[in-house]
Structures are given as C-alpha cells and as structure tokens.
Design a protein around this ligand. Structure first.
Ligand code: 3HC
Length: 678
C-alpha cells in the first residue's frame, strides 16, 4: 500500500508512502486515483489534505519508469481528478516537492509548506519539460516571468521565496498536518489554478535569460511557455504533452538520466559498510592555490582548519589567500558575513610548525607535485600527527601507495584529489592505495559529502581516472596538431561539442611549465613505440608558459586571445622537420578521434579496476573536465554508438598509429559478446 486514506473529523487525509522519495510510481498513481474516487463518493467530507511520510513530499515522477511504455492511470489524469474535487484540497509539503510532485501540489487548491521545504520543476535538468501541467499551472499561479525563471533553470525555490511568489499559502513548522487542518478551518473556497489567467510577458526579453549551453530542454520549455501563453488551459496542456513525449526518450534525456543515476551510484563502494571516523578539525599542508581552496571548502562546511606553510610570511600569505576566497563567497551570497567573521576570528589557524597539526583528525597535503617532496613531508607528518589521524595527499598523478609506505600507518593514508578551484569544483577523486583500511576510505567519502563534493573512488595509477584520460586525449590532440589542425581549430571543435574550452586553451590556463615538468618526469618510463610530439616542450624552452607569461598556444596581448604567431611558426617548422605534409581535419573528425581516445583509455581504466563502473568515469569527466552533462559522458556515448562500432573505428585508426590505437582488452571482449561498458 503506497497510498492510504484516513478520515478524521470530516477531513480526508491522503498519505503517500513510497520510499525513498515518494516518486509517483504506478502504484502511487493507482492508489491516488482510488483515494480520489472514495473521497468523491463521501459527501460527509469538508476538506482534503495530501501529505507524505518519510523525508520528503513527492520528489517527482519515477525516473526509472521513463524508458518504459507508460502504464495508466497517467499522472496528468490523477492530477486532473484531484483538482476537480469540489471540497478544498491542501498539499502539506515537507522536504522537496519536485517535478511531478510539485505539479501534484499545484493541482491542490492550496499549499502549506514546512519552513525548510523546497519546491521546483527540475525537469529540464533531465532533458525534458514538465509533463503534468507544470508549464500551464505555474504561470497561472505566479505569472510568466518567475515561471520562466523556475522552469527553464530547474532551480529549487525555498519556502520563504515560495510564499513571496504566491506558491505557498502558509508556512509552518512542526506538525504540518495540524497546520493544514488549521488552514482548512479558515474555510477557504475551492480555487483551481487552471481557472486563473497568467499575466502577459515580454517574451523576447525573457528569452535572453535562458541558459542552455547546447542543451535542448530549457529552450523547448521556453518555447512551450511562449506558444501556449495565449491558449486556453486544455490547449496548453495538449501542447505540453506533445513536447514532453517528444523529449522523453531523446538522446539528451537518456544522457541526463544516465548521469543522474550515475551520480547516485558512486556512493556504492566496497567500503560502504565501514564506519567513517569523525572529522572536525582538518589540517592542510601547503598554502598555494590548491591548499587554500581546500581550506576554504572545509571552512565553508563548518570544519576548523589549521594550514601549514614553510615559514611565517608564507603562512600569513596563505591566510590572506584563503580569507580572500571566502570573502568572494560572501560577495556571491554563499556565506553569511557573520560566519565569515567567525572563521576569520578563529576557524582558520595558519602556522609554520608541523607540530601544530597534532590535533587534526585528518590532514591533506597539497604541496609541490614531486614524489620525493611528498614522501619527506609524510615522514615528518607521520611523527607529528596524532596516532589515529588520517593522512591524505592531494596528488593528481603520483603513486599514493609509495607515499603511504614511508609512514608507519599506511592503512590510514589515502589520496584525496581535489580540482581547482577546490572550494568551487564539485569533483573529488578518492584514491585508494593497496594497504588502505576500509574505514579510511569511508572517512574520505564522508569528508567529501561534508564538503558537498561528488566523490568518486579511484585506484592507483598514473593520473587516476580523470588525468589519465586527459593525458590520452591531450596526446591525440597533439597528433592532430602536428598532422595539420591548428590548436584554435581543435579548441573550436571541443567548444562546438559543448565543452567550455578546448584542450589547448586549458593548457595555456593551467600553465605549460607544469605540463612540461610532468613530461620530463615521465620521460624515463615512456614507451619507445609511442609517438612523441615536442611542440609544447619547444614552446616552453622559449620561455612561454601560457597565460601567465602572456603567450603560449595563444597570445594574450590583446583583449581576446589570438593564435600565437611564434607558436604557429614553430608548429610549421616542426612539421617540416618531421616530413609531415599537413592535412585538414573537419571538426567532426577531430572530436571523433578525441572521443575514441577517451573511450579507449576509459575502457582500460575499467578493465584494470581503477574505476569501479563505467558510469563512475562519466561522472568524473562531466564534473571535473567540462564534458557536457547532456551528452552523458564518454562511456555512455560508447554504449550508445555500440562497442562493436567503436572498436571498428579504433581499428581503422590503428592503421595510422598502431601503438596509440591499440584497443583495450575490454573493448575486444565486449565486442565479441555484444556487451556494454555500462
Ligand atoms: N525517480 C526514481 N528514483 C528517484 C527519484 C525519482 N524521481 N529521485 C530520487 N530517486 C532515487 C535515487 O536514485 C536514489 O536511489 P538509490 O538509493 O537506489 O541510489 C534515492 O532515490 C535517493 O535519492 P538521493 O540519493 O538523490 O537522495 P537525496 O536525499 O540526496 O535527494 C532528492 C533527494 C532531492 C529528491 C533527489 O533525489 C532529487 O533531486 N531527485 C530527482 C527529482 C527530480 O528530478 N524530479 C523530477 C522528475 S521528472 C518528473 O517529475 C516529470 C513530470 O513532470 C511528469
């Protein structure tokens, strides 16, 4: 029984109980339809309350049913029957009323909200538009402009804003059913949103606010709102249904559903049953961009932080830098001034003495990216930290096991790879060396959750998941460049595909010197069969390291970056030197090769057990490397294209470069069995 009906003093109370989030699965729709029929037949009733058990009101339609044929009764029919009741109906909203859940609440004649509750129509984030009347009822209730904002962004609106907008009729705390009863006692009249008229709007102006970045659904949602603004309710509902049905199984909707579930799967790790250790006090070693970003992320989450630098002036500078990041959080409305003042007064301590880290529950090292440097730090840290403290390194490439092994507590050493700027970027790779204890891994994940991060488990290898894939497609981009494509052409292909920037722009931003240092470090282990492009080394040898020096692949002298002439000449020279006759590549050809490089490396990462699931790789690429969310990630794309077809393309390219394009064993195996990566 997912829906129950109780009658108390002339009030019918419909309760939905469908864990985990009370989605409107088939049994809920069926149960609601039956409850509504019973209410219609009972003339002794004076009002209806619709409420939910558990942590939330209805969080939407059941997304798991989307790929399957619809089974009646439809949510739209249930909602219409609820709205048609002739006694007042009140929704009692706690937690989040989202998507179909909010649409259900909009069909109620009134809404009582818990002070901490949220409402929203996040359908566009799943590649669809509201499909159960949201595009028709919301504008009639609160007007067109705020509806466009909510529907095309998918953002959640908190109770106080919902009250101001006219969505909530009453805000309550404590027993929400009692609040709804008290509201019904005021004898409200039956008021159906569908009978209201939406205020007119300046659509041309409002269209400019729609942020789509290649995604179809926000634009389609806007189109429906505009097209139906002058239609009656029934016609508007019909148009909404058409577009909803059209988008429901679109490629983008499938991709966005995939990433929605993928981001929930990442928490399912072998160490899930281990008990995380409490972390209240965080130590951070290194006050550079990364260390201060990590400190800011921790402070924003209410942890206290001690940050270590090599001497007092550097420690003071690090303090200014960390507080500067938090100040910008105040300016962006992410942190209250009072909390900033509290942190500035005591939450953040900076020091130049390792012994000051002795009370930290977990210490994250974010020093220079060099194995020797990190091992030396960990030897000292092992002596200074309290015995049960967990020690983490923020390395982005190095062997975490080799760092753990210099300590007397390798079971308490882990990799926590943050992405810059660490107080903003959501991704965290939790890198698991061989001797680590399950509770250390569980603590890493718990810390990630506390910091609001999307934590993905990764095994130890050069670059873990994300940087290893980056290294593969960066190489491919370099081959394309040496074979004839200009860096700007390659970058344009990345942007057209939906990435925020191209691979060369990104390198210029990160600093070519850092890439150069890494290449030099890896030189002794490079396989002689690997094609090696020297261009970035030559740019660096001329003292040009990208943005920070004013030139690299691009020149930054003017207002907008332009292809750097010296680099263009250098590329031409290098082609001549290698007897390469430049070829042209279309944008599609460029992205095809880049994606195949990502997929092939991703498959290797999977076959080696570095990532637990193909979908974990997609989560990393989407949240750390700008891979467009609405494309689902490289592994999702591989399954959409089909592993066999992917393999055929890789094998064709292997005729040009057998080493780079040697196919992963996993792809070969899956192609044989018609299997999938995900
Ligand atoms: N359908 C099916 N399963 C859902 C779901 C949904 N709408 N929403 C959440 N779940 C599942 C999750 O997959 C997860 O399952 P798991 O435990 O097996 O991994 C479980 O519920 C718990 O979810 P979270 O881990 O996300 O729990 P949180 O407490 O962190 O967050 C939430 C709760 C805010 C409700 C969040 O789950 C959420 O945002 N859900 C999606 C809401 C949404 O997009 N609704 C619109 C759906 S489309 C729609 O309604 C169309 C309509 O217009 C016709």
């Amino acid at each position: 029984m997912t829906v129950s009906l109780a009658r108390e003093d002339g009030i019918a109370i419909i309760t939905i109980d469908n864990p985990p989030v009370n989605a409107t699965s088939h049994s809920v729709r069926q149960g609601l339809a039956e409850a509504i029929t019973q209410i219609t037949q009972d003339t002794s009733l004076r009002g209806v309350i619709l409420a939910c058990t558990g942590k939330t009101f209805v969080a939407g339609a059941d997304i798991r049913e989307f790929g399957k044929p619809p089974v009646p009764p439809s949510l739209r029919d249930v909602i219409a029957a609820l709205e048609a009741l002739t006694i007042p109906v009140v929704a009692a909203i706690h937690g989040t009323a989202l998507g179909g859940g909010f649409e259900l609440a909009l069909a109620c004649h009134y809404r009582v909200m818990n002070r901490h509750a949220f409402v929203g129509l996040p359908e566009v984030t799943l590649g669809i538009i509201p499909g159960a009347g949201g595009t028709q009822r919301l504008p009639r209730l609160i007007g067109m402009a705020p509806s466009i904002d909510m529907i095309t962004s998918g953002r959640r609106v908190a109770a106080d804003e919902a009250f101001k907008l006219g969505i909530a009729d009453r805000i309550g705390e404590g027993n929400l059913i009692a609040e709804a009863r008290a509201f019904l006692a005021t004898k409200p009249v039956v008021r159906r949103v569908r009978d209201l008229i939406a205020a007119p709007a300046n659509f041309a102006e409002l269209r400019k606010q729609v942020k789509a970045r290649g995604q179809t659904s926000p634009v389609r949602a806007f189109d429906v709102l505009e097209e139906t603004a002058h239609l009656d309710f029934a016609q508007g509902m019909a148009r909404e249904a058409e577009v909803f049905a059209e988008l429901r199984n679109s490629e983008q909707a499938r991709a966005l559903r995939h990433i929605f579930f993928a981001e929930r799967e990442i928490a399912k790790i072998p160490e899930a049953d281990a008990k995380p250790r409490p972390v209240a006090h965080l130590g951070v070693i290194g006050g550079g961009l990364m260390g201060t970003g990590i400190a800011a992320a921790a402070l924003l989450s209410g942890l206290s932080v001690t940050l270590l630098e090599r001497d007092q002036p550097s420690a003071d500078l690090a303090r200014d830098r960390a507080l500067g990041l938090l100040k910008s959080s105040v300016e962006r409305g992410k942190l209250a001034q009072a909390d900033f003042d509290r942190i500035a007064a005591g939450g953040l301590r900076t020091t130049a003495t390792m012994a000051d880290l002795s009370s930290a529950d977990l210490v994250i090292e974010a020093a220079f990216e060099d194995l020797g440097v990190k091992q030396a730090i960990f030897r000292d840290l092992d002596k200074a930290a309290k015995p049960d403290a967990i020690l983490a390194t923020n390395t982005s490439y190095l062997d975490v096991g080799a760092i753990a092994d210099v300590t007397a507590r390798p079971q308490q050493v882990i990799g926590l790879h943050f992405f810059s700027p660490a107080h903003i970027m959501k991704l965290l790779e939790v890198v698991v060396p061989p001797k680590v204890a399950p509770e250390t891994v569980a603590t890493g994940f718990a810390l990630g959750r506390r910091l609001g991060k999307i934590a993905v488990r990764a095994g130890v290898c050069d670059g873990f998941i994300g940087n290893r894939i980056l290294s593969a497609y960066r190489k491919q981009a370099e081959y394309l460049m040496e074979d004839g494509a200009a860096p700007a052409e390659i970058d344009a292909a990345f942007r057209d595909f939906g990435l925020p920037m191209g691979v060369f722009e990104m390198q210029d931003m990160a600093g070519l010197d850092i890439i150069w240092a890494n290449r030099k470090a890896l030189a002794p282990t490079r396989d002689p069969r690997e094609r090696y492009v020297r261009i970035v080394d030559l740019i660096c040898k001329s003292g040009r390291f990208g943005r920070k020096t004013g030139s690299g692949y691009y020149n930054y002298a003017g207002k907008t970056p332009t292809p750097d002439e010296a680099t263009s000449a250098l590329i031409a020279e290098e082609r001549k030197h290698r007897n390469i006759t430049p070829r042209t590549f279309s944008k599609d050809e460029i992205m095809d090769r880049i994606l195949l490089a990502m997929i092939n490396e991703g498959a290797r990462i999977l076959e080696e057990g570095i990532a637990l699931r193909a979908s974990d790789i997609d989560v990393v690429m989407v949240n750390g490397y700008g891979f467009p969310r609405w494309r689902g990630g490289p592994m999702f794309l591989a399954d959409e294209i089909g592993v066999k077809a992917v393999l055929r393309r890789i094998e064709a390219l292997a005729k040009e470069d057998a080493w780079f394009w040697r196919p992963s064993e996993l792809l070969l195996r899956l192609a044989e069995t018609n299997g999938k990566l995900g």
